[in-house]
Structures are given as C-alpha cells and as structure tokens.
Unconditional design. Sequence first.
Lengths: 739, 562
Amino acid sequence: MQAKKRYLILVSAGACLVLLLFLGGLPVPASRRSQVQRDGHRPGPRWPRFLEHLQPFVPWDQTESEGYIAHMSARQKRDASSGLNQGRRCRMDSCFDFSLCAKNGFKVYVYPQQKGDKISESYQSILASIEGSRFYTSDPGQACLFVLSLDTLDRDQLSPQYVHNLKAKVQSLSLWNGGRNHLIFNLYSGTWPDYTEDLGFDIGQAMLAKASISMENFRPNFDVSIPLFSKDHPRTGGERGFLKYNSIPPFRKYMLVFKGKRYLTGIGSDTRNALYHVHNSEDVVLLTTCKHGKDWQKHKDARCDTDNAEYDKYEYKEMLHNSTFCLVPRGRRLGSFRFLEALQAACIPVMLSNGWELPFSEVIDWNTAAVIGDERLLLQIPSTTRSIHQDKILSLRQQTQFLWEAYFSSVEKIVLTTLEIIHDRVLQHMGRSSLMWNNHPGGLFTLPQYSSYLGHFPFFYAPLGEWPTHSKFTAVIHAVSPLVSQSQPILKLLVAVAKSPYCAQIIVLWNCDKPLPAKHRWPATSQPIIVIEGESKVMSSRFVPYSSILTDAVLSLDEDTVLSTTEVDFAFTVWQSFPERIVGYPARSHFWDANKERWGYTSKWTNDYSMVLTGAAFYHRYYNYLYTNYLPASLKSMVDQLSNCEDILMNFLVSAVTKMPPIKVTQKKQYKETMMGQTTRASRWADPDHFAQRQTCMNKFASWFGTMPLVHSQMRLDPILFKDQVSILRKKYRDIERL
Amino acid sequence: MCASVKYSSRGPALIPRMKTKHRIYYITLFSVVLLGLIATGMFQFWPHSIESSPEWTLDRRSVHDAPLVKLPVSSPIPERGDLSCRMHTCFDVYRCGYNPKNRIKVYIYPLQRFVDEVGVPISSTGLSREYNDLLSAISDSDFYTDDVTRACLFVPSIDVLNQNSLRIRETAQALAMLPRWDKGMNHLLFNMLPGGPPDYNTALDVPRDRALLAGGGFSTWTYRQGYDVSIPVYSPLSAEVDLPEKQPGPRRYFILSSQTAIHREYRTELERLKEENGEALLLLDKCSNLSQGMASARKRCYKGQVYDYPQILQESSFCVVLRGARLGQATLSDVLQAGCVPVIMADSYILPFSEVLDWKRASVVIPEEKLPEMYTILKSIPHRQVEEMQRQARWFWEAYFRSMKAIGLTTLQIINDRIYPYAARTYEEWNNPPVVKWSSVSNPLFLPLIPPRSPGFTAVVLTYDRVESLFRVITEISKVPSLAKLLVVWNNQNKSPPEECTAIDGLSLDQTHMVERSECINKFASVFGTMPLKVVEHRADPVLYKDDFPEKLKSFPNIGSL
C-alpha cells in the first residue's frame, strides 16, 4: 500500500473523528455556554411547566365585577370620598372646585396687598408675573385660582424674611374658604435641626408650589414642585443657556464637578461628607468647604483644613463651564441652587438627593436632561457617568438648554409653568401631552386649546414624520381704504393671488370705516373671496384665528402690496420647507443703539434682517392663535391704539417661539420701492410719526419679553438658477427676475 | 454518521487491497473512531442527565408535587403596607449592585402549597393559569436568576392576582414565611383584582410590609407613586380571540358601551345620551334570553339583537370604559385590542403603566361627573387625532396588554428603569409605535442654535492627487476668516491619478460616474427604507445678492459677481 493512500485514509479518518466530535460533542458545550451567564453562574431550575390544566385567575362568570353598591348613588360616593381625602390626602378631585373655572376659564386672582405687609423681592416678582400674564383677573368673582399677597416664600423661623402671625392673617381673609382653590408659593420651610416641610400655618385645602419638596409630602397631581431660585433670578426674559454650539465628541475638560458647603453633622450631611472619596483632582473634582457659619472653627473635623485648601484652588465658574457633568447633592433641604446653575451652564446635572420630587416632575421627563443618582450609591457615580454614551451626553446637554430656556430662566417662566400645569389639570383631557412639554418650543408656547393633535402645530412635523396637512394657503388681505376705482392695488392683488394654483381661498378683512362694497365690485376669481368685516376695526384683528381659515398656511397681505403670482408661488414653496417660520418679502432689521441705550429699528437696505413684515408673508395659522391668545392685552391694545407695530409684534412672537430668524425670499424690485414708502399715495408708511412709533414699540415689546427675541439672518432664498447665466426657459420662476 | 458513510462508500473499496497488517491497523483506527462516537453519545446524554436531573423532572411536573407547608395559627402577620414607602426608603438598592448590563436580577420562589393547621389551602384557586404564565415568562427572561443570593427582586409564587379567591390573613402569614421576606423588602406582588365587597378597596388588602405592589385598579390614594406599579387587568379574551388590526378611520358607531355591570345611574345617563344622539351610540348589555354559559360572555345584546363580543368593539370609534365596583376593568384591554379609543371614566384611577405610558395619546379620560357631556367632548376631538389614538390604542395592547408575559415584563422593566434611571428606556421607546420610530426624523442636534463665528469651521478637502486644483482650493478657502482648520484627506492609494479626472467637469460628465452615483442613491434609499432627501426649489443667497446696490456695501460681494 502506497504511503499516499495511507495518508489519505489517515487524514480522512482523522477528519471524521474531528467532524464526529464536532457534531456529537459540540451541542453539549454550546448549550452550556448559552446557559452560563457572563457572571459565570449557571442557572439551575427555571419555572416548571405544569401538566394539569390550571384555573383562570378569575372565573368566566365573574369577569365583570359584581356586588356594586347599587343603593349608593355615584355622586354620594364621590362626596363621601372627598370628605375623607383632605390635608395630606388632598387631590384635585377632593380639594379643588373645578366649577369655579368652568365659567370664565382659568383666571387667577391675586389678593390686594395690605399696607405694612413686608413682601420679599422674590415674592414681588412672582406676584408681578401673575399680574402681567394673560391669566390675571382683578375680580375674585371670576377667579378659578387664588394667590395670597402674604409672603409665604420663606418659612424658616430663623430667617429675617419670616412673616409672623401668618396663621391669623390667612384665617382672616374673607375669600380663604378653607384654602380651596388657593395656591401657596414656598421656597424654604422648616429650620435647624430637622428642616421639616411644614409651613407653620394651616394651609387647609390649598395647593403648594414648593421648592425642595419630598416625595413623601408631595401630593401627586395636586402640588407643584418648583425649583429653588435666588433673589437675583431675573423677573422676565432671563439669560440664555451657555451652550453656544455643539461640540462633538461632547466631552469637556472635567467629567464631574462640585463645589459647595459641607455640613459636618445633621440632616443632609452624609452625602457631602463622603464626596472626598470620589474626588480624584483630575477629571472628577468634588470640593467642599467647612468655612461657613460663624463658629465653623469650633465644629471642624480632621478633613476640614485639607478640604478648604483644595477648595480654594479651583474657580467655580471655570469648573461649571468646563465640565460634562455637575453633581447636585442635597443641601440641608433637598433642593439646591446648584441645580439651576448646572442646567443653565449646559453641565448635565447628576442628582444626589434621595426623595426629592424634581421640579415640574409632573410634566418634565428629567431622564432626558439629568442623571438621577442615588445617594446610597455615591461611590458608583463616577463609573455610572463614564458609562454614559456620548450620543446620550449630546442629547442630555441640549435638553438642559431647552428646559432652562423654556421653563426656568426667569421667575415669570417658573410661575407661568406652575400655572400652566394646574391649567392642564383643569383642562383635563384637553391638557398638553408629554410630547408638548418635553419638545421644543415647550409647553408655554404650545396652547392645547388650539388642537389636541400634534400635527396641527408647526413644530411637530418632523417628530411625527409628517408634512403640513394642506398643500394650499389662505390669503388674508387687510383692507383699510374704501373701494373707489377699478385700478386700485387691492384688486390687482386679488387677481394675482387668486391665480396661484396653491391658493385655496382669499379672505378680505374689511377694516375700513366705510360700509362693505357690494359683492359685484370684487373681481371674479376662480378661488372664493370671503369678506369679513372687522368687528372693532383694529390692527390686531388681522391676526385673529378666523374659523374660515382652513389651511395651515396663511398669506398675510396689506391692501397696497404689489405681488405677482410667481412670487406668491415661490414664497409658498419655500414656506412648505420652513413651516414654523415667517417666510415673506419685506425685510427689516433691528439694532442696539448704544448712544440712546435702546433698540433701534431700520428699514435701510442692509446685509441682514431680523424681521419679515406681515404685509406680504406666509406663516402658520397657529401663530394667529398664539398672537390672539398668548400675548397680554396690554401689548395688543398698544398696537390697536397706534394702529401700528402689529407686524413687529408678530415677528417678536414667532422668533421667541422658534429662536430662529424669519426667512426672506427674493422679489421683484418695484415691490421694494413701494415698501420703502416711495409711493405717491399717502400710505401709513410715509408718515414720519409712524416710524418713530415703531422704535417705541420695539423697546416696549423687548421689555415685555424680557429679552430681544429677534435673530439676524444674512440669507435670502432665491429660486434655483436665479439670475444664473442659463436660458430663461430653463427657469421655473422667471417673472421674479424680470424688472 | 460521517463515519458510517465512509465505511459504506469508501471502506469496502479500499480494505481488500490492503495488507493484513495495514488492515488491522485501519480497523483499529476506525474502532477508535467508533468508540469515540459512543463515548461522545454517552457523554452527551448520560452524565448530563445526572447533572441536571432536577431541571428535567421539574420541567414537566404536577402542581400537586409542590411541597405542602402548614401555617401555624400563631405565625406572624406582616404589617399593612406603608403608604410612605418609596424606592429610597423601602427598597434595598445594594442588592441590585452595580452591573454593566443595567439589568436587575429577579428570583422566583419555588412553588409551595400553603395550608392552615386544619389543612385548608390559603387560596381557592391555588396557582392560576395567568400567574403561572407570568412566572414562566419571568423565568424565561433575561431578568431571571435562580440564585437567591444574587437577586435584587423577589417574586413569591403565591398567587394573589385575585383577592376574591384569597384568605387574607393566611396569605399574609404565608408571605411572611418566605425565607427571604425580610419585612417584604424587594418583594414584588402582582394583583389585578383588589378589594372585596362591600368597599372594594383599591389596593390588595393582604398585609404585605414593604413589598412593592403591581396592582390593577389603584386609586390616587393608594398608589405610592414611584414605588408601586399600576398594571392592567388581564382580559382572557386577549388570548382567546384574534382580532386583526383594523385600519384607523371612521367607524360605524361613534360611541359604544359594552360593559354589563354598569351602575344604574350611569346606565340611565348613557341611555339619555343615546336618545339625544341616536344611531351614533350603541349601548350593549347582557343577553337575557341566552342560556347561561361560557358562550354568553362572548355575546352582547341591544333590544333583542345579539352582537359578538369583542368583535363589535371594532365597529366603533370610541368605547366607554366606566368604573365598576373596581377601578380597573378588563374591558380596557378588549377595547384597546379592537383599536377602539377608550373613553375612561373612573375618577382617581391610576391608568396602567402610567409611569411610562402617555395615555393622552391613546385615550380620553373624562370625569365621571361629565358623562352627560361625553358626546360633545368627543366630537370636539380632531379626526386626525382620533386616528392617531386608534393606532396608539392598538399598539399599547400589542406591546403591553396582550399577554401575562407582556404585563409581567413591562412591570419589571419599569422597576429596572427606576434602579438604573440613566439607562432607562426613553419616552419614545415606550410610546412610539414601531412605524413612527422609523418614519420620524430625530435630529441628534435638535436644539435650535445659531453657532457663533468664533470657533469657525473645519474644512475637509478630499483629494485624489490632483495637486493643482487642491492648491487652488486651499488658497481660496484659507482666505475665509472663519476657517479654523483645514483637513486634507489624501485618497490616492495607487499614486497614479487618471488622466480624465484633471478637470472637475470631466468628473461629472463621466457616464459611469453618474451611473455609479445613481446606484448609490438607490442603495442608500433602500437601506433607509425611504427616501430621506427632499426636493426644494429654493437656494440660499446673501440678502443683497445680485441686487442693484453698490457692491462694496455688500457683505459677500464676490458671490454675485463670480
């Protein structure tokens, strides 16, 4: 036998052996491997499979619950339960009278301030914010919610701000009614050594809007947890978040930082006392100091001197700006100032405050903006934060900025958020969904009465994976002068707009003192013309959300606007790409006038703009609703009295919502001249007072918003191939280039 | 098997030609192979079966084999549940430990049959089918561990799903006898039907120390937010009836009421609504003429007309789910399964899984008091919203209601999310149906930010060795003030650049190049499942682009003049 064959057989036999072991032997280790878990433990028995037919947990004839107490009326039962559920067990069902809100909607009454009552700055801001809001009423008969003018913010008996005899003062209020439908604001309660959450007076059935409230004392869907804010917190507007741009990868110089007081003994001292275990003076910098209070030297422990030395080496601001995560451990009370500081600084808060009901937890999903740690697991915190993926960090960081600007940056926002949360409960099924609260632009700008369907708002198209529902628009022409000749610009405008294939209908808003012209005076158009007579003939009526507007897109026009059909078509296609912004033609700009220390308004040809006037602009109809229902009466009446500035106010509003500039589209040149006030006709644009008024308006609006919401842009959107060196026949929007 | 094949095909052909010495040698070799086969077989079946005998016998076992445990009368009773319990006070987080998978370990006590001193069992049904399903599901899941020392959460095998079948005192004693009970710390009880006549309490009446309760029918006064879990009442119809998903849209009826045990007052009010709105409402009740039996549970009647339940639910846009004696109703599950939008009227009821599910997107909650206004309230909801809700309702059923497994694992996931909040499932993961997850765009940079000029931008230039044009690009780009960094990606692997690629035009006119790029687009679109690119007709230009305006006053004068 040849060696070759011998080897062949040997090899084949060997191969068979290997194959055999593979087929026969492998399943055993393989099945073991799948059962052996990573920790090396092999699970034994699982839950057995039983042989017999088991009984269902509820017999089929009892699937509908029986034994209903038929003799007791449902109403009686409800009343009985509300009698039982008082005090600690208060809920909206048992301690709130919804009927007060049924008549006049959600109105808030603030008690008049009594002479001699000392009111802290912070509480002044709270009251002023309510009085400046659209919820305010001065008539207690119309009110649904009552707010005391007695300062209840600081209930720490050792504090100089503490108001004495509150109990008697509250009881003597004629409208108190056992605290029913009252809202009490509080920042500090209890004092050394136990820091209880008792306010020191009987709050009866009143709701609490309280900082540092614990889960045990928090009455869900009744109380509101608010953030702790300092007395320097701005009343309106407030600073923007510190994040100016996203950096990728999102890691900063430090991983985790903290700098604050250490309490050596007593309530809340454990966590801060243990921080030094985690501190590594490299990327985890947790600094504490014992140096606070008068006699700190007396109580100091062995670590104090080294801690204090380390503490002075770092600057808090520098750490805040350069850290990915910021530790927010509890203080004596559960909440601390560190929370809002971290949020604003885009430093992701790492909460170490067991049992703290986080601010506005009823509506805010804090897992999207903070890391909620457990004080008991302090030593795991560094590894936990390190395990968070950078995509998550990027999104957490952005969410801190969104939440800061939407709900926390000013006292007014904190107060309005509190009121809106209660408003949502009153609206019941109509209230905002979690999506509205946790997505840009936030709950304060998303009015649920407009629609419960997200797709009806301009902001949620992308999250829903949708696009504006109607591919058509409604034109609203604001008419102020009587119809005298057939060559009036308004008639030309009507014809031009009606020719657009995207036009669904045209509404003429007749704000002229003369009576309505006869029907036949209007040109015959393929699209219906609806004439609405403005009831009070005021400027603001052009932004009323008329029920006859059925499309998402609104084209707002002045009567003297000159537009061609092509321009309308092009602007509309641009708007479809930017449904949340104002898209239109006449652009204006604002600037800061350093000499006069005020905002200035300019209509000069400049390289940038921050407003697109509503004389010829597309916007989402939701902004009509927002203009009419969100803005306070004071601003709207100012516009109506001046008969001016309504377009500026609309731009302020939309930019405040979107945080983005409007969009200017290209136009034919003649139009621009009309808008520059160079027409022969006496229009309101030619009046020099008109221009001065607009400067005043700008400043008035900016002060109400608390900040300048307008954003500059250097971009104009032109049709593709606009003024390019190609044949005009290849261009879709030719007319725009023709002068 | 391989060996035998070799024998029959090749063996006989080879063996006769061999010398005896060799033959013996090879026979020995093959015997070794054969022995190996036998040994492997033995190894696989024999020793293995010894090792895991409990598993094999356990897997098919009778309930009656479970050990009998006699409860002494004097055996301790746990305290009533502490209403102030929260995760940080009544739950021992150290048992869960740090684990890189962020997953809790759940231990299930082996089945025992508890009886009192006289020998009467503590429960009339014993282990129910549903609780058995629930425990099997947990035991088959990633949460399960059989190692009691490693467990973070303990699930007793004492079935307390239905309080009606329990002897309260004895059940409590049985719980306290569990070896790891330790004041109920880290124990999880599942209960769907709490309370009993006449009061029908909204939480299980069995004293249970600090145990967590997954309960169906909590009210706001008994639910310990952030500690207990509100679960649905399982409907057996979920398994028995197969209702295909129905496309959202308008239905034959607007409102349908199918519950049979509705309070008299509410039924009167519903009838009044029916008089006002006629055909839009359908009020069903028990069938009086049908013989009692299993079948009658699947029928509903209106004025002698018989309807199939739950199929009829699919014929309505909205379905009423009114409280009965208890707050939690199994009807809710049937209604969701049918893709009908539940109109929930049960004041103070904590909706199932409300900690994570956004019920506003799938249901309408109306106070009982407003029952007379139900029709107007529902009419005011936009059509699109109703369709969304119908879709959402069905998705909730599919994901969280359809089986005891779904209910059990969702409960564990919720507790898991509390213990590892930084790894918790997001709102979108809980609430968005899979369809939406794919079609919606979630921009990772969602914050509206206009970046300042200061950090500038990084230019990335890809080059294939076209040095001349590369230099031209670099010179031009480096003039830009906002340029922070310029990165050149040298993409030339074999040094010799193709001749025709020297001009940019040449590249784009190259036919194969365009074909390749079209293929790319199709390939990408198929991977994305949709075409993410959108066509627009606009282009961004500087504000005064090509306007009749002095060039030197323009911000970007060069762009228009190029």
